[in-house]
Write a protein that binds this ligand. Structure first.
Ligand code: 1SD
Ligand code: ZN
Length: 264
């Protein structure tokens, strides 16, 4: 499948289902959240990131996989507050194309895109042995989604990633970076979120994800967003340069799903 970069990418998305049948399924992600149609579920308590701040001073790595920048996460990081124990696997970002006011997030709220979106991917380590097995199971994964907007000030936590993008401009490259507090990338209010069952937003689009989308957004500066949107290439070092942009999937039909909210 082609990368989601550029116009070819958005055309490409409509063809995913030809090669990956699940991409045409009834419980796909992302979705648009119509806030008036969400349903308050008082049983949804605050989520607790476990060990996110204990990086142990072992360096992280940063990897350009040709469609996003990925930070693999150590296995002691996990999530509490869900029906099973989930172990962190990696985090990555989705963004737009450098145009002012252009979208970049995958999830949208009342039809509005945000500039970018952070995903922290976890697998159900209580029921499954690893990510590859879990991603094929209906209750296999939990992904945290954080909507990113631009603000006046630089977000110091995001420099921990953005500072090093220049070292992995080409697809396939990776670099070792100083470890940092992963929780500092998340919004401060982890008690207000939306919850629904959906899928991976890239092929094979398995419908295995319990999605949590925080309602509080995080802010990065315009300069930081521009770095994210212009520094990386989706192409390998020896190939013609293709800037890695618009690596987000557009919202998919909600069908018969209900989006729950953790607050009234
Ligand atoms: O797009 C990512 C994809 O790169 C991969 O990380 C996958 C998990 O194996 O997750 C999707 S996503 O649904 O988290 N966007
Ligand atoms: Zn993602």
């Amino acid at each position: 499948w082609t990368t989601t970069t550029g116009a070819a990418g958005s055309v490409g998305q409509s063809k995913w289902a030809d090669y990956f049948p699940d991409c045409g399924g009834k419980a796909q992600s992302p979705v648009d959240v119509a806030t008036v149609q969400t349903q308050y579920d008082p049983s949804l308590g605050p989520l607790t990131p476990l060990g996110y701040s204990q990086h142990g001073n072992k360096p992280f790595s940063l990897y350009n996989n040709g469609h996003t920048v990925v930070v693999p996460l150590p296995g002691w990081m996990g999530l509490g507050g869900l029906p099973w124990q989930f172990t962190a696997v990696q985090m990555h970002l989705h963004w737009g194309n450098g145009a002012l006011e252009a979208g970049g997030s995958e999830h949208t709220i009342n039809g509005q895109s945000s500039a970018a979106e952070l995903h922290v991917v976890h697998y159900n380590s209580e029921l499954y042995p690893n990510m590859s097995v879990a991603m094929t199971q209906q209750d296999g994964l939990a992904v945290l989604g954080v909507l990113i907007e631009t603000g006046e000030e630089a977000n110091q936590a995001f420099w921990n990633i953005l500072n090093y993008l220049g070292r992995i401009r080409h697809a396939g490259q990776s670099v070792s970076i100083p470890a940092f507090d992963v929780q500092s990338l998340l919004p401060s209010d982890l008690g207000r979120y939306l919850r629904y069952n959906g899928s991976l937003t890239t092929p094979p689009c398995f419908q295995s994800v319990l999605w949590t989308l925080f309602t509080e957004t995080v802010k990065i500066s315009h300069t930081q967003l521009m770095k994210l949107e212009t520094v990386l290439y989706a192409s390998k070092e020896d190939a013609d340069r293709v800037v890695m942009q618009d690596n987000y999937r557009t919202p998919q039909p909600l069908n018969d799903r209900t989006i729950l909210s953790s607050f009234p």
